[in-house]
Unconditional design. Sequence first.
Length: 101
Amino acid sequence: MAIIRLVLLFEAAMTLHRKEKEALTFLATHLFYGLAAGATFGIMVLATNMGNIWTMARESNHTVTVIALFFFGLFVTFGSVGMGVGIMSLGRDDENGDSRH
């Protein structure tokens, strides 16, 4: 059932107009930047053992779960920030300098 839904979503995505595809590509690009930043930050936190996070995770009975949740939180946070920055960078003033909308 889930596979059928994925196929239907994929088919619906293929019928997008050019502007819609551009918008989704723009968001996906900024999401990727955020995910890359989150992964980099997470790796650096674990590599430097900042706040003894790596030590606590390593000594836990559920090391994989702790690390997975740590990176999941970072991906959600940094991915959202990346897309937000992309959206906020789209705003432009009018040519005459009037920024009212």
